[in-house]
Write a protein that binds this ligand. Structure first.
Ligand code: SF4
Ligand code: SF4
Length: 447
C-alpha cells in the first residue's frame, strides 16, 4: 500500500510532463497531408467495413462512459471516427469520386478538435463494440486516429513528451536500468529474492516505471509469488519496461521498438513465458501486437500477472493461507485485460482464494465499466475533469456492491482510482491483486 502523500507527489511531478515535449514545427498543409497519409495507409478492408457499416443506431453512446457521464453528443463513439470516415469516403472507398462531391474534406481545425475526442475522451476500452449491432471496432479506429494525429505533430504534449523520452533515451519518467537496480536493491534489503539479469531463465518478469516509482510492493509481491512457486525466473535490466508510450501516443515506430526490446530480451534468455506486470495496455501491446522480426508469432507465452497468479490458483499449485473472512471484495476488470484479452476467470479465482466475501459488480467482466483513466488519458492534465466524470460511474458501480475493497490488476486503473478516491474522499480500499495474494502466501523460506 502506498500513502496518499507519495501519490500526490507523483501526481504533481507528472503534471509537468507536457513542458518537456518538443513538438515539430509543421505547416498546416504538412500536418494535414501527414495525417491523411496515415489514415489512407491504415484503412485496410476491416477498417473500411467498420467505417461504412455504421447505421447510426446510437447504442454505442449508451456504452461509453464519456458519453454517459456527460450526455454530450460530441462524445458519441461513432463520431470519434468521423474524420477517418470522411477521408475514406473521399479517397479510398469504392465510389470515392462520387462521394467526394458531397463529403466535406477534413481540415487542420478538424484535426485539432479531434485531439480531445480521441485522446482525452476515449480510453480505447472497447465497451462500445460489445453493444454495436454491426460489430464495429471503434477502439481500433480511434487508435488509427491517434497515429494520424501523432504523425501530424498533434498528440497531447504530455504523451508526446514521454513518447519522445522513451524513443530517444529508452527511459520512461527518467527510469532506466540504474533506477530499476536501485529498486531491486531496496527490495533485496527487505529480504526479497530477485534474480536480476540472469543470462537464462524459464520466465522473464517484466516491470514498469509505475511499479519502480510508486507500486514497488506489487513488484515485490510478484517476486515473492514466483519464489514461493519455485519458478526459474529473472528480471532483466535491459528489457524491463512494459509501458509502451508508442501505443498510447500513436507513435507506431516507438510501439514496435518498445515491443521489440522485450521480445529480443525474452529470446536472448530463452524464456518460455513472459509475465507482464499489473499494467493493462502493456499486455495487448506484447501479447496481441508482438511479433518476431519476420512476422511470425512469438515463440513464448505472454501472461498478465493476474492471469498467471489465477492459473496457479486454479491448478492447485498455489494455495493461500486462510484470510480474514469478514473482508468484502469486488474486482475492477481492466478493459485491456478482460474485454480485449479474455482475462476474466483467473483474477476471480485468485480473489476467491483470499477467503473473504467476493461480490461482482453489475455489469461485470467483459461489460464492466472502464475507470476512465486508461490509454494514457491519466497523464493528460486538461482531461482531469472529464476523467473524473467518467470515474463517477465506476465509483457508483463499486459502491453498489458494498465491498470494502476493490481489487485492481492494472497500475493505470490503480492510479485513476487513487486520484478519484483522493478527490472524493472515497473510503474504499484500493488493492493490487498480486499484493493481496502475496500477503496470504504460506510461510516458507522463499521471499
Ligand atoms: S452502435 Fe455501431 S452501428 Fe450503432 S451508432 Fe454506434 S457504431 Fe454505429
Ligand atoms: S472505446 Fe470505450 S471510451 Fe472509446 S468510444 Fe468506445 S466506449 Fe467510449
Amino acid at each position: 500500500m502506498i500513502d496518499m502523500a507519495v501519490f500526490k507527489q507523483f501526481q504533481d511531478a507528472i503534471s509537468h510532463l507536457g513542458e518537456m515535449a518538443q513538438p515539430e514545427k509543421l505547416s498546416d498543409q504538412e500536418r494535414l497531408s501527414r495525417a491523411k497519409a496515415v489514415m489512407r495507409q491504415k484503412t485496410d478492408r476491416a477498417l473500411a467495413m467498420d467505417l461504412e457499416a455504421c447505421v447510426n443506431c446510437g447504442y454505442c453512446s449508451e456504452a461509453c462512459h464519456f458519453y454517459q457521464s456527460t450526455q454530450d453528443p460530441k462524445y458519441t463513439p461513432t463520431r470519434k471516427l468521423d474524420l477517418l470516415r470522411r477521408v475514406h469516403m473521399r479517397e479510398t472507398s469504392a465510389f470515392a469520386p462520387i462521394r467526394r462531391l458531397f463529403t466535406r474534406d477534413i481540415t487542420v481545425d478538424d484535426l485539432q478538435e479531434w485531439q480531445e475526442l480521441v485522446y482525452d475522451a476515449c480510453t480505447e476500452c472497447g465497451r462500445c463494440s460489445m453493444v454495436c449491432p454491426m460489430g464495429i471496432n471503434i477502439a481500433r479506429g480511434v487508435n488509427v486516429m491517434r497515429e494520424a494525429l501523432y504523425e501530424a505533430g498533434l498528440a497531447p504534449l504530455e504523451l508526446m513528451a514521454v513518447a519522445q523520452e522513451q524513443a530517444g533515451r529508452g527511459t520512461v519518467f527518467g527510469v532506466g536500468p540504474a533506477e530499476l537496480l536501485q529498486t531491486v536493491e531496496a527490495l533485496r534489503a527487505q529480504g526479497i529474492v530477485i534474480p536480476f539479469d540472469a543470462p537464462r531463465a524459464d520466465v522473464m518478469l517484466v516491470s514498469t516505471v509505475i511499479d519502480v516509482l510508486l507500486y514497488q510492493d506489487a513488484l515485490a509481491a510478484t517476486a515473492r509469488i514466483l519464489n514461493h512457486l519455485g519458478v526459474n525466473w529473472t528480471l532483466r535490466s535491459t528489457g524491463f519496461e512494459a509501458a509502451n508510450f508508442g501505443l498510447l501516443s500513436g507513435s507506431e515506430s516507438l510501439q514496435k521498438a518498445a515491443t521489440k526490446r522485450l521480445v529480443d530480451e525474452a529470446l536472448a534468455i530463452g524464456a518460455k513465458t513472459v509475465i507482464m506486470p499489473e499494467c493493462g495496455h502493456a499486455y495487448p501491446a506484447l501479447r496481441w501486437d508482438g511479433r518476431l522480426d519476420n512476422g511470425d508469432p512469438l515463440p513464448f507465452e505472454v501472461l498478465a500477472a493476474s492471469e498467471f497468479v489465477g492459473r496457479e490458483v486454479q491448478s492447485g499449485r498455489l494455495q493461500l493461507q486462510p484470510g480474514d473472512a469478514s473482508q468484502t471484495y469486488t474486482y475492477h476488470d481492466a478493459c485491456k485485460l478482460a474485454r480485449h484479452g479474455g482475462v476474466i476467470d483467473e483474477p476471480r479465482a485468485a480473489i476467491r482464494a483470499l477467503g473473504g466475501d467476493f461480490r461482482e459488480t453489475a455489469p461485470t467482466a467483459e461489460l464492466n465499466w472502464c475507470c476512465g483513466g486508461g490509454a494514457g488519458t491519466f497523464l493528460i492534465n486538461r482531461a482531469a475533469p472529464l476523467r473524473h466524470k467518467a470515474w463517477e460511474i465506476k465509483r457508483e458501480q463499486i459502491d453498489a456492491t458494498g465491498a470494502n475493497t476493490v481489487v485492481v490488476s492494472c497500475a493505470s486503473c490503480r492510479l485513476n482510482f487513487m486520484a478519484g478516491a483522493e478527490s472524493d474522499q472515497w473510503p474504499t480500499r484500493i488493492a493490487s491483486l498480486v499484493e493481496l495474494v502475496a500477503e496470504q502466501l504460506p510461510t516458507d523460506k522463499a521471499h
